[in-house]
Design a protein around this ligand. Structure first.
Ligand code: UDP
Length: 235
């Protein structure tokens, strides 16, 4: 396997499947199967999950809601998604722990770095909910932060598209995909991989990011086995 310990970032929207809102049980089960297969190969898997399928602080604020209040709702949404993913994984017989950045002890463990690492060493999937625990951040920032803290080899950012393109492939038919690209080239070309805070944190800590299509079955396994089917961002 190319990677021993991975941090998989899944957006909340990915969980919607074909729906407009919420969680699609079929999509969730497919993700759980893909995750189970890499666990079976001895890869340690931590996951940061978004909340955009339920609530985003920014959209609340655009309708007059207090931004911090909205961000608290967004963070709780990520805990809801984490619980759903935990349940889907356990249905497949995968051992999991959900750790939350905001204390919600009856529902999830608090985030404790050393404990998270111990769970990974024992082959449990660790799901990090609650983002960074702070408003004005995103779950991409949480993903980079946790990846660095647990010393993951890489962030795997599962998206709807299969990598980073010269321009938006959903709008521009002439767009071409990069197999690999440097952090500096992403910035100088004005490409969008993650928000600036998350991206800079990853660059400063030399943590590679792989953007790939998580919605094609088996892709997660292909990536961890070393197949370059997405785009690798590295120094
Ligand atoms: N959020 C936050 N702090 C964090 C992470 C998330 O306040 O550290 C809130 C924020 O309101 C965000 C929402 O949670 O809009 C959902 O997270 P995100 O938008 O990153 O989810 P995704 O786009 O991955 O589904």
């Amino acid at each position: 396997m190319q990677y021993k310990r991975i941090l998989l970032k899944l957006s909340g929207e990915a969980l919607m499947g074909e729906q407009q809102y919420g969680i699609d049980a079929k999509r969730l089960a497919e993700y759980a199967e893909d995750i189970k297969s890499v666990i079976g190969k001895g890869v340690e898997v931590a996951i940061v999950i978004g909340g955009g399928n339920i609530f985003r602080g920014l959209s609340g604020a655009s309708q007059g809601m207090d931004r911090v209040q909205g961000d608290h709702m967004g963070m709780l949404a990520t805990v809801i998604n984490g619980l759903a993913l935990q349940s889907a994984l356990e249905l497949q017989g995968v051992e999991t722990r959900l750790q939350s950045a905001i204390k919600i002890n009856e529902v999830a463990e608090p985030f404790i770095r050393r404990r998270a690492i111990r769970h990974l060493e024992k082959g449990r999937v660790v799901i990090f909910g609650g983002g960074t625990g702070n408003p004005y951040f995103t779950t991409d920032s949480a993903a980079v932060l946790r990846a660095i803290e647990i010393k993951a080899d890489v962030i795997l950012k599962g998206t709807r598209v299969d990598g980073i393109y010269t321009s938006d492939p959903e709008k521009d038919k002439t767009a071409t995909k990069f197999d690999k690209i440097s952090f500096n080239d992403v910035l100088s070309k004005g490409l969008k991989v993650m928000d600036t805070t998350a991206f800079t944190l990853s660059q400063e800590n030399e943590l590679p990011i792989v953007v790939f299509d998580m919605n094609t079955r088996g892709n997660l396994m292909r990536i961890v086995s070393g197949e370059n089917i997405g785009t690798v961002v590295n120094i």
